[in-house]
Design a protein around this ligand. Structure first.
Ligand SMILES: [Zn+2]
Length: 240
């Protein structure tokens, strides 16, 4: 195999390693993001509970005022009873008093329901707040752990990145450029093995004549389907 191809294979190995570090880092970051997401969902749910309590308290005050008004109307009608002359007027006042009494009874039931709902919403908010406190505590710990892990990964990454720089600078510029473009376009895989005439990047076959060229390894060959740079490795081909 020619030297350039060997350099490219080494470069690909290093870039795969670097991509692995990056993936590890982003997985760790994702853990933290998920936790933060869950925390902000809880915060929203708590705020919604508190809003609901405010609304219910307002409803409760409205009912109480209605209740007081009904009590006042009853008192007023009872006073008027003393002054009315006809039985018809008397009956009308009695009916009004009964209506208001019924209103009071209904509103008292509503009041009970509302107070129960307030209690329920407050309870829910408190439960969520307890969960939230637990998660915030976890987040703090996880953030510290993940920061440490990422720092370690970055230290290892730096060493490998230095190796990459050294290798890349030894490669001829147009070839490196071609490799880098392929690496970006082909999801981090620019140099691939061939097994039995099949590209291990896209798993498409190449013409037998080209496979022979790849096996010889004198020239740089690219996959006709995915344009990745191809190489051949005897022992691994036999395994396959
Ligand atoms: Zn291919």
């Amino acid at each position: 195999m020619n030297d350039e191809m060997n350099q490219l294979i080494d470069l690909q190995e290093i870039d795969t390693e670097l991509a692995g570090f990056d993936r590890e880092i982003s997985e760790h970051e994702q853990e933290i993001n998920n936790r933060q997401q869950s925390i902000s969902e809880k915060e929203n749910a708590i705020a919604a509970c508190r809003d609901r309590v405010t609304e219910l308290e307002q409803k409760r005050r409205t009912i109480e005022i209605e209740n007081e008004d009904a009590v006042a109307r009853i008192k007023d009608r009872q006073n008027k009873m003393m002054q009315v002359q006809t039985s018809r007027e008397h009956q009308a006042l009695l009916k009004e008093i009964e209506d208001n009494k019924r209103l009071i009874k209904e509103s008292e039931e509503q009041l009970l329901d509302t107070m129960e709902a307030i209690e329920q919403a407050n309870k829910e908010a408190t439960e969520l707040e307890n969960l939230l406190a637990g998660e915030q505590n976890l987040l703090k710990k996880e953030t510290a752990t993940v920061t440490k892990k990422i720092k370690k990964i970055n230290t290892r990454r730096k060493t490998v990145a230095k190796k990459r720089d050294k290798l890349a600078s030894a490669l001829n510029v147009p070839l490196l450029k071609r490799y880098d473009i392929l690496l970006t376009k082909r999801a981090g895989l620019a140099v691939v093995r061939t097994v039995g005439g099949v590209c291990q990047g896209c798993f498409m076959s190449m013409p037998p004549q080209q496979f022979n060229e790849v096996r010889k390894g004198d020239t740089l060959q690219t996959c006709p389907t995915c344009q990745r740079l191809l190489y051949y490795q005897e022992e691994e081909c036999e395994e396959a």
